[in-house]
Design a protein around this ligand. Structure first.
Ligand SMILES: Nc1ncnc2c1ncn2[C@@H]1O[C@H](COP(=O)(O)OP(=O)(O)OP(=O)(O)O)[C@@H](O)[C@H]1O
Length: 254
């Protein structure tokens, strides 16, 4: 399968005090194939979120290169990069970052109205379809204050998918949810992935990672190892996947 995303020799440093910088990502190279469902695990502070924001072009890098669909994203202008993020990428965060002044439906469609790629009618139909698939169709007119954490995360998923992105990035997308809502959100992501969308998640939760296909383990700014569990297609129980992943994580010193 073709790579959708590649990082080559990616490093990133942050300024820390006068004339000092600290290297957070250290010479990382990785490939994400089209249609893969990948998660990134590792101890707190190992650089997982920084990796996600760097390879999605949300945050700049210090050296190396990132290729999206074979194109080097650092060579894109700010306008081209925003267009790439708007049309080809979707983002789901731990907190849904929704706009308080808009109802749930308008939060979902906003970026598609801005993208102007499709008519409002088409966008509205897609939003309704996504809301149905994620089980929140009854919430269209509600304020975001009237929804539960799990419902808001579904709104965040609909918003991330409204422009039919090629890849969805998630930073602890189930981090604020209880275990039932986590399972439901992971089931939705599994369906999205089966429909062809590539997904890359950061998670600290082995139960979440066990539902993904390949797990990258970060340690101190580097990818210390990866574990290929294969697609979660029902051939093997989730419990067996969790056990296989847990024993690998122990070997990795997690
Ligand atoms: N904007 C920033 N400026 C300076 N240092 C930063 C910045 N963002 C992150 N860091 C540092 O980079 C390191 C990695 O942070 P990052 O959030 O990527 O880790 P993480 O593995 O996602 O952690 P967690 O699991 O706790 O969310 C941390 O030491 C953090 O303090």
């Amino acid at each position: 399968m073709e790579n959708i995303l590649e990082a080559k020799g990616l490093s990133k440093s942050f300024e820390s005090g006068k004339n000092k910088s600290v290297e957070i990502l250290k010479n990382i190279s990785l490939d994400i194939k089209k249609g893969e469902f990948v998660s990134v695990m590792g101890p707190s502070g190992s650089g997982k979120s920084t990796l996600l924001y760097s390879i999605s072009g949300m945050d700049g890098i210090t050296s190396g290169s990132i290729l999206f669909g074979g194109k080097e994203i650092e060579k894109l202008s700010e306008g081209e990069l925003s267009s790439l993020r708007l049309h080809k990428m979707g983002f789901i965060f731990q907190q849904s970052h929704l706009l308080k002044d808009l109802n749930i439906f308008d939060n979902i469609v906003l970026s598609a109205y801005l993208a102007k790629e499709n008519s409002r009618e088409m966008v509205n139909n897609r939003a309704r379809d996504l809301m149905k698939k994620t089980g929140i169709e009854q919430l269209a007119d509600h304020d975001i204050t009237q929804a539960s954490g799990g419902q808001l995360q579904r709104v965040g998923i609909c918003r991330a998918l409204i422009n039919n992105p090629d890849i969805v990035f998630g930073d602890e997308p189930t981090g604020a949810l209880n275990s039932k809502a986590t399972r439901e959100i992971m089931e939705i992501l599994k369906n999205i992935n089966e429909a062809g969308t590539t997904i890359l998640l950061v998670t600290h939760d082995a139960k979440v990672a066990a539902r993904t296909e390949r797990i990258l383990f970060m340690l101190d700014g580097s990818i210390a190892g990866e574990f290929n569990l294969g697609k979660y297609d029902g051939k093997e129980s989730l419990q067996v996947r969790e056990e296989r992943l847990a024993s690998w994580l122990v070997k990795m010193g997690f």
